[in-house]
Write a protein that binds this ligand. Structure first.
Ligand code: PEP
Length: 259
């Protein structure tokens, strides 16, 4: 059974004091939930402080983005080498970065490879837009994004990455696919990983669902067999909601693994 994951993406929200307060507000509840991987991704300005606030707990901290180069003349960017001293995970290729900042599949791949080489666990986002969905191009888009993101990785390296299927039209909109549909789509993404990196990588890689998750809808998604957890935006800004989502993820994991 693949260990389940719940990850919170705080996006461009919370100043330093607010971020620490939010981390403090969820720390105890999250730390009482063993068996799953719990990751919070605050803005870069609060990464070190939130990491410090989470010290002594099982909660991991991640960045929301990074450059692929180790160092150099890239004003305003942050490198994987800088992140390794601050966090264990990094979100790569979020649709907001692809959409607002022109990140291409090639850039996502460079970031992913750099993250892996520096020992960071990448959470790689893939997902179709509303127009692509309506045009029946979902699988084609996911195949291309997955194949290109993981290109150049060994099967073992690919297996350690985390994929997050986030339909762009579901992010922050309150709209979601049916849980069974998300399950089937993630199953097809797993087949792409199998084709590109082999059966053991496909069986091992964790694939999350993301897009308008909240504690009312998450139980139906988290029990789906292909869904290995969730990537949460808006609801991760509420300590109570995020702790509830983590508890639901753990319950689903325990049920699937027969515990
Ligand atoms: C996200 O941005 O990764 C996300 C899933 O956002 P939300 O939960 O707000 O839809």
């Amino acid at each position: 059974m693949r260990k389940h994951v719940i990850a919170g993406n705080w996006k461009m929200n919370k100043n330093l004091a607010q971020a620490v307060a939010l981390a403090d507000g969820m720390k105890e509840g999250l730390n009482a939930l063993p068996d799953i991987d719990i990751i919070i991704c605050p803005p870069l300005t609060a990464l070190a402080a939130v990491r410090n606030a989470m010290q002594g707990t099982t909660i991991a901290v991640g960045a929301q983005n990074m450059h692929w180069e180790t160092e150099g003349a890239y004003t305003g960017e942050v490198s994987p080498q800088m992140l390794t001293s601050m966090c264990s995970h990094v979100i790569v290729g979020h649709s907001e970065r692809r959409g607002h900042f022109g990140e291409t599949d090639e850039m996502v791949n460079r970031k992913l490879v750099a993250a892996v080489l520096h020992g960071l666990t990448p959470i790689v986002c893939i997902g179709e837009t509303d127009a692509e969905n309506r045009a029946g191009q979902t699988l084609e888009v996911l195949d291309r994004q997955t194949t290109r993101a993981l290109a150049g990785l060994s099967a073992q390296q690919a297996a350690t990455a985390i994929l997050a299927y986030e339909p762009v039209w579901a992010i922050g909109t309150g709209r979601t696919p049916a849980p069974e549909e998300a399950n089937a789509t993630i199953g097809l993404v797993r087949k792409v990983v199998r084709r590109e990196h082999g059966a053991s990588a496909a069986e091992a890689i964790r694939i999350l669902y993301g897009g308008s998750i909240n504690p009312n809808v998450w139980p139906e998604f988290s029990v789906q067999p292909e869904v290995d957890g969730g990537l949460v935006g808006g609801a991760s800004l509420s300590a109570a909601d995020f702790v509830a989502l983590a508890a639901q993820t753990r319950a689903a994991f325990l049920a699937k693994s027969g515990q």
